[in-house]
Design a protein around this ligand. Structure first.
Ligand SMILES: Nc1nc2c(ncn2[C@@H]2O[C@H](COP(=O)(O)OP(=O)(O)O)[C@@H](O)[C@H]2O)c(=O)[nH]1
Ligand SMILES: [Mg+2]
Length: 363
């Protein structure tokens, strides 16, 4: 008897061994299954976090010129060549599905342009070079396993204002976690230092000082810390993160006035909500780049490994970090100087486990 298989119906393993197992199905049916299988395979690829971060082999293109990707539109990218020369490019078909991100080093081939219209792309990106660092955060919804922020940057500087908005170390711990995972250096930039008394030692930051994290106090009003900021920036590319309104754009303007960024969005638009989440590539001197992240309001650690936590919370014993949820931060017996640090640990620990269904579940 000829057996009919319906789509999605399971088979026994021995049936698959039979050479005519598929031949018995109607042709239309097997074609339909093939299409479904292909569709599933593509979706699996898109949704698998590791393959999302994989780049196609760039070695066949080693003879082509290199550039840095500084801005990504949907199908067009802006590149920067040696000497900060700008160039607009399209993406080669084979790069479809590859997540390019600001900071990526790419190779491009010149496109012969018939009408010499400088507004049209003059080149085509054909390859992406391996990334030295990759700053990413957990996706905010299940469709997106990761949100890539910037490739190949050297350091992440987390900005926190003394007031307006209030100093909330929670974001700093998240930023530190993302920097660690990305392989980037980390530094805290305190902004608006003029808004608090010089006698105020900012005790909120003591747990970070205690673990030896570098903290630079700045004010664009008084100029405090700006020379040091410039010195630390020299020869580096640095991503700035921080709540809206902490003064990131003001810092960029202070060290690289040419960009003339708009500041004070918060008071003007109430929520400070930005329409773009894309990072902005901002040359800050001949040998330095600041990357502003105007649209980044949250730093999710969803899907990151808990093995990062002992470095972020070095003051806690290993057993606490293994299972912090049983501990009560209010418990006097724990003798905590900063109970909110334990709360932070619990929050990050729980969030890391809240895996996005599309974040590689096999490990
Ligand atoms: N007093 C004082 N105000 C500052 C300082 N830096 C920024 N501001 C103000 O804080 C507001 C937000 O700054 P902005 O640079 O737009 O913050 P961003 O959202 O992080 O880019 C603006 O009104 C700035 O004038 C500072 O060092 N001192
Ligand atoms: Mg800004």
């Amino acid at each position: 008897m000829v057996r009919k298989f319906r789509l999605g119906q399971s088979r026994d393993a021995h049936e698959l061994d039979a050479p005519d197992a598929y031949a018995r199905e109607g042709r239309a049916q097997s074609k339909r299954r093939q299409q479904t299988a292909e569709k599933l395979a593509t979706e699996a690829e898109v949704h698998d976090s590791e393959s999302m971060l994989l780049l196609p082999d760039a070695s066949p293109w080693a003879h082509l010129q290199e550039a840095t990707l500084v801005c990504r539109h949907s199908q067009i990218v802006d590149l920067e060549l040696e000497g900060r020369v700008p160039l607009r490019a399209t993406l080669a078909g084979k790069l479809k599905g590859v997540k390019l991100v600001v900071g990526d080093r790419v190779r491009f081939s010149p496109v012969p342009v018939e009408a010499a219209d400088p507004g049209l792309p003059q080149a085509q990106v054909v390859a992406v070079l391996p990334r030295r660092t990759l700053l990413k955060r957990g996706g905010i919804d299940d469709r997106e396993p990761w949100q890539l922020i910037c490739a190949n940057a050297d350091e992440l500087w987390a900005c926190a204002a003394v007031v307006d908005p209030p100093l909330r170390p929670g974001l700093l711990e998240r930023a530190q976690t993302l920097a660690l995972a990305a392989g980037m250096g980390f530094r805290v930039i305190v902004t608006k230092r003029d808004r608090a008394s010089v006698r105020d030692t900012l005790p909120e930051l003591d747990p970070l000082r205690a673990q030896g994290l570098p903290i630079l106090e700045t004010s664009v009003k008084t100029g405090q810390g700006l020379d040091a900021f410039r010195d630390l920036l020299r020869g580096r590319s640095v991503v700035l993160v921080g709540h809206s309104g902490v003064g990131k754009s003001s810092l960029v303007n202070a060290v690289a006035p040419d960009h003339n960024l708009r500041t004070g969005d918060v008071s003007r638009y109430g929520t400070g909500r930005q329409t773009t989440t894309s990072a902005r590539w901002l040359p800050a001197g001949p040998d330095a780049t600041l990357i502003d992240t105007p649209g980044i309001r949250t730093l999710s650690v969803r899907g990151f490994p808990r093995t990062l936590l002992p470095t972020v919370f070095p003051e806690f014993p290993a057993e606490w970090i293994e299972d912090p949820m049983a501990l009560d931060p209010e418990d006097e017996a724990l003798g905590l100087d900063y109970p909110e640090r334990l709360q932070s640990l619990q929050r990050l620990w729980a969030e890391m486990e809240e895996r996005n269904p599309n974040q590689n579940v096999h490990r």
